[in-house]
Design a protein around this ligand. Structure first.
Ligand SMILES: NC(=O)c1ccc[n+]([C@@H]2O[C@H](COP(=O)([O-])OP(=O)(O)OC[C@H]3O[C@@H](n4cnc5c(N)ncnc54)[C@H](O)[C@@H]3O)[C@@H](O)[C@H]2O)c1
Length: 255
């Protein structure tokens, strides 16, 4: 039987590019899935498909800018399945532009979704996991959260906070059997990066292919490349890994 069979896995940003690849990994192992996203329609479609395949799936649609919504992900998981074994904080937004181009609202929205939501879900999940004898949390930072690139200060600072928070929590709760790590992708072929090309008037496929030439492994990441590492960090294969960040960058440094 697979490791995550009947385990409860909470995934934020489940309807996004990387989110869909993450849920496919855990669905393959017949985990009980608690799916969070802003996009109600996409969540409903995903859940219908998963249920059709016999999987226990619960959707909790809402806005991660709201503390009560963040906490409801964990309380719903416990109410519906009795527990939370794995929390994957994958949702995030990219805020482009230098500081002069970053409005108060851009800053607040970025911190709310990329940082505060991670804090609220981690706190609620860890409270339960400590009582329950353990669990695993994987947060999504970015290589840019470790080595700042140009002209994205709000995004980069938010991802640095996620990396730091993950290290703190991993260390603080190792003794409770709760492992916390962060994955740090560089460029991934998802709507997040493709919209950047569209905004600048480029064809997204051509942009992705061109960007791939700057990566030593010859292409930017596909969502599955990131989902595999997240799955590893959540799994018992990573039982001695906590309080750390893992770069998934195809060998490409941040310039
Ligand atoms: N794509 C990349 O190149 C890249 C690189 C490094 C890190 N990341 C990180 O990976 C994670 C996933 O990114 P992706 O590329 O799959 O992006 P994506 O835009 O495809 O998916 C993000 C998902 O989060 C959801 N979301 C956004 N704001 C929300 C809110 N307020 N409430 C609820 N849900 C909300 C969206 O609806 C979307 O489904 C993000 O944290 C991102 O910062 C992505």
């Amino acid at each position: 039987m697979s490791e995550f069979h009947n385990k409860t896995v909470v995934i934020t940003g489940a309807a996004g590019g990387i989110g869909r690849a993450i849920l496919a990994k855990f669905a393959n192992e017949k985990a009980k899935l608690i799916l969070s996203d802003f996009d109600t329609k996409a969540l409903d479609e995903l859940a219908a498909d998963l249920r059709h395949n016999g999987l226990e799936t619960h959707t909790v649609a809402g806005d991660l800018r709201e503390q009560a919504y963040c906490e409801s992900l964990i309380s719903t998981a416990i109410a519906e399945t009795g527990t939370v074994d794995v929390l994957i904080n994958n949702a995030g937004i990219i805020t482009r532009g230098n500081i002069l181009e970053t409005s108060d609202d851009d800053w607040a929205r970025t911190m709310d979704i990329n940082v505060n939501a991670v804090f609220y879900t981690c706190r609620a999940a860890i409270a339960h996991m400590v009582e329950n004898g353990g669990g695993a949390i994987v947060n999504t930072s970015s290589t840019w959260g470790l080595y700042p690139g140009p002209n994205h200060p709000a995004y980069i600072m938010s991802k640095a906070a996620v990396a730091s928070l993950s290290k703190c929590l991993g260390r603080d709760h190792a003794g409770n059997g709760v492992r916390v790590n962060a994955v740090c992708p560089n460029e991934v072929n998802t709507p997040m990066i493709r919209t950047g090309f569209a905004i600048r008037g480029f064809d997204a496929d051509e942009g992705v292919a061109e960007l791939g030439k700057s990566v030593p492994l010859g292409r930017i990441a596909e969502p599955e490349d990131i989902a595999d590492v997240i799955h590893f960090l959540a799994s018992d294969a990573a039982r001695y890994v906590t309080g750390t960040t893992i770069e998934v960058n195809g060998g490409k440094p941040v310039y």
